[in-house]
Design a binder for this molecule. Structure first.
Ligand code: NAD
Length: 486
């Protein structure tokens, strides 16, 4: 990367603020070069952001939702118009391929499109509950809300929360990942261009300290978080102990259960794409495959597919030197413990990008359930294959995971698929699908230690998280009888 990008800034009251404090370098993972800097926001920055959001709230929440969503119709057009430029930013700051970056921005467009449909979904309810007496329910915004994002989707994950929360009348403070903070500044510019009033959307930057301050700030009513389980637990405990509502999505270890009757080509293709897409840095990535019975032909085909994946071409880099070292350590430890590395992505280097953080596609067979690589989140393009004698043993392995984001089954048997759909302990299930992300209007969210709090983060389920229900009972006619309830 030759190009130096502008420094990242906080965004408060519709303005990018001058950075007067500590900064951190932003590194391009595909070549290891410094591309920008990000400020470590102070408590004063957060106070200013909360103040600006609080001031904007009465006006914004008072606008009818049909008018509020007009901003997002215009914003969606801007995302479409600027798609290539936005994808370039994601590609540069995250290291994923250009095709994956385009897909990420396209997903942001789909999420924005869903927010435009919210007036159809929050019509409320009204019922005559006794003679002349009506009860009605309306969805009201929560107030000032915060959204804390991880590094792996710099564009899409902020769009899990921004369009829905804001269209529903909330004012937001976004805290992007300090590793990929660049896209968020561009999002702010486009929201302003789309006509969002100043103060409705704000950005603070930083890491642990600012996240803790968000959890503690009395002016913030709700906190959404997406990141690792370790931090999700910290955020959930801290925000809820401060009496805020909180939805915290954590890490994952997704199991693909492959039965001997699975379609070999379709399975190999999907499994290889799932484990390697975004360099395995997706919370929905296939990380552990449980092969039931005789599946050697399928394993061979998976290896052939994996060998077609070329780092620097159709495989991006991982986020950092530390991530590369961690992933390679998992592979080596599994090998030392007796697993067989069939395709080895260690010591990968890309010509011309020797300082980039690349790990090649890796397939490891005969992993056993107690190995760290079978249990822990590796977050790299690595598939650990565990052998099981039957479906129940495969399910036992899947069920023993502390996570529960996704699980998939590959088979041509409807009965076997149905059994696994029923018994797998995960929030999102795939049948012959490697990455079973529910698309809008369905909601995204895992189970177990992959999610803390009620509701899901996208789709219809998110409405409840971002709103309060106001229940009103009315009576206008004096002739209406009164009883003990009304
Ligand atoms: P992370 O938990 O390290 O960081 C997430 C956010 O928390 C960042 O904004 C970071 O600044 C902040 N943070 C980091 N350490 C903190 C601390 N000690 N206290 C308070 N805040 C802290 O996660 P990451 O490495 O950026 O992202 C990868 C993780 O996110 C993976 O575990 C992945 O599975 C998960 N993820 C989950 C989902 C999901 O839907 N469940 C989606 C995307 C990513």
């Amino acid at each position: 990367m030759e190009q130096q990008l502008p420094e990242v800034k906080n965004y408060i009251s519709g303005k990018f603020t001058k950075n007067g404090h500590k900064i951190m370098d932003v590194i391009c993972p595909s070549d290891g070069k410094v591309i920008s800097t990000v400020p470590m926001s102070t408590m004063k920055d957060l106070d200013d952001a909360v103040k600006s959001a609080k001031e904007a709230f009465p006006l914004w929440s008072g606008i009818p939702i049909k008018e509020r969503v007009q901003v997002f119709y215009r914003y969606k057009t801007l995302l479409e118009k600027n798609l290539k430029e936005l994808a370039e930013l994601t590609h540069i700051e995250n290291g994923k391929t250009m095709d994956e970056s385009i897909a990420e921005v396209e997903k942001s467009i789909e999420l924005t499109e869903f927010a435009c449909s919210l007036p159809q979904l929050v019509g409320g309810e009204i019922l005559e509950v006794s003679s002349g007496v009506e009860c009605r329910i309306e969805y009201k915004p929560v107030g000032v809300v915060a959204s804390i994002a991880p590094f792996n989707f710099p564009h899409m994950v902020p769009h899990w929360t921004i369009p829905n929360a804001i269209a529903l009348g909330n004012c937001m403070i976004l805290k992007p990942s300090e590793q990929v903070p660049i896209s968020a500044n561009r999002i702010a510019e486009m929201l302003k261009e789309a006509g969002l009033p100043d103060g409705v959307f704000n950005i603070v930057n930083g890491d642990r300290e600012i996240v803790e301050a968000i959890c503690d700030h009395p002016g913030i009513s709700a906190v959404s978080f997406v990141g690792s389980t370790k931090v999700a637990k910290i955020v959930y405990k801290r925000a809820t102990s401060n009496l805020k509502r909180c939805l915290a999505l954590g890490g994952a270890k997704n199991h693909l259960i492959v039965l001997p009757d699975a379609h070999p080509e379709m399975t190999a293709n999907n499994v290889a794409a799932s484990m390697s897409g975004c360099a395995g840095q997706r919370c929905m990535a296939a990380s552990a495959m449980v092969g039931v019975g005789e599946i050697d032909i399928i394993v061979d085909k998976i290896c052939n597919e994996a060998k077609k994946i070329v780092p620097g071409e159709n495989l991006g880099s991982v986020i950092s030197k530390e991530a590369k070292e961690r992933i390679e350590r998992y592979i080596t430890e599994a090998e030392n413990a007796g697993a067989k590395v069939l395709v080895d992505g260690r010591k990968t280097s890309v010509k011309g990008k020797e300082d980039g953080f690349y790990v090649g596609p890796t397939v490891i067979d005969f992993v056993t359930p107690e190995m760290a690589i079978a249990k822990e989140e590796v977050f790299g393009p690595v598939l650990a294959i565990i052998r099981a004698k039957d479906i129940d043993e495969a399910l036992k392995i899947e069920n023993s995971s502390e996570y529960g984001n996704a699980a998939s089954v590959f088979t041509q048997s409807g009965g076997a698929a149905r059994y696994i759909m029923e018994k797998a302990s995960a929030g999102m299930i795939g049948v012959n699908i490697g990455v079973p992300v529910p698309r809008e209007p369905f909601s995204f969210g895992g189970w177990n230690e992959s999610k803390f709090g009620v509701c899901d983060i996208t789709g219809k389920s998110s409405i409840e998280f971002w709103t309060l229900q106001k229940k009103t009972t009315t009576k206008w006619n004096p002739e209406s009888k009164s009883n003990w309830m009304s």
